[in-house]
Design a protein around this ligand. Structure first.
Ligand SMILES: [Zn+2]
Length: 54
């Protein structure tokens, strides 16, 4: 589990999961009690892409 940041500054959690012969990045919104999976930034709405997160 890694913490990355969207271009707007929102922190996003990234988990790498095996997907066939490669790995796939899965994004989560950081929460206190549970993690909810997201595909877009909950703050600015940008599509999350592992290459565009810093
Ligand atoms: Zn954002």
């Amino acid at each position: 589990m890694q913490r990355r940041y969207c271009r707007c500054g929102k922190s996003i959690l990234v988990e790498y999961r095996p997907c066939g012969p490669t790995w796939r990045a899965v994004f989560f919104r950081p929460r206190l009690l549970f993690r909810s999976r997201v595909q877009r930034c909950p703050c600015c709405g940008a599509a999350l892409d592992i290459d565009s997160l810093s």
